[in-house]
Design a protein around this ligand. Structure first.
Ligand code: FE2
Length: 184
């Protein structure tokens, strides 16, 4: 029978070496690598581009949705795009508070975005499923930006981004719950 102490030691060593491998695979900490505010600004720009594209997709869904659930979906997309539009302004203003300029070209917003734009709005429920996935991506990106802001000691930005994580989670929930009731 294996000595439990040896086993534990082995397990700890294995875990440590796994952690070392994992940390070696990670990109360098953007805060430690340079100017912490630069890292926050870059993270905010990616959040801005992603929020902008998600805003545009959601408003396009509000305009173009069709079918027997039109009224309900038009209203929900309306609430969501207004949240995202307001967030676009808030995020850009946080970039300005850090003495950087907010991107001003549509192609720049698209380059910065972690979600792809639509050429046309897919039918329901594909549109809902696609937006659920987009909010997952956006939530993960905002969470990452939150970590960058915390490490840079920009607590105001971190507080704001924490609220955005919740906002994306709530919109994702509404979209998912709505998609469940619809025939595929
Ligand atoms: Fe409208």
């Amino acid at each position: 029978m294996a000595n439990p102490k040896t086993t534990l030691r082995e397990l700890l060593a294995e875990t440590t070496s796994m952690a070392l491998v994992a940390s070696a695979a990670l990109p360098p900490d953007p805060v430690a690598a340079g100017n912490p505010d630069e890292a926050v600004i870059e993270a905010l720009k990616r959040v801005l581009g992603t929020t902008f594209c998600l805003y545009l997709k959601t408003q396009a869904a509000h305009w173009n949705v069709e079918g027997p659930t039109f009224g309900q979906l038009h209203a929900m997309f309306g609430e969501h795009y207004r949240d995202l539009w307001e967030a676009v302004d808030d995020i850009a203003e946080r970039i300005r508070m850090l003495d950087a300029y907010a991107p001003c070209a549509l192609h720049r917003m698209m380059e910065l975005s972690a979600v792809a734009c639509w050429d046309e709005v897919p039918p329901v429920p594909e549109a809902l499923v696609a937006l659920v996935a987009d909010h997952e991506v956006a939530g993960a990106l905002v969470t990452e930006a939150f970590g960058v802001a915390e490490r840079a000691n920009r607590q105001g930005v971190a507080d704001y981004l924490a609220g955005r994580v919740t906002a994306h989670a709530k919109m994702r929930w509404f979209l998912r719950a709505t998609a469940k009731g619809l025939p595929v």
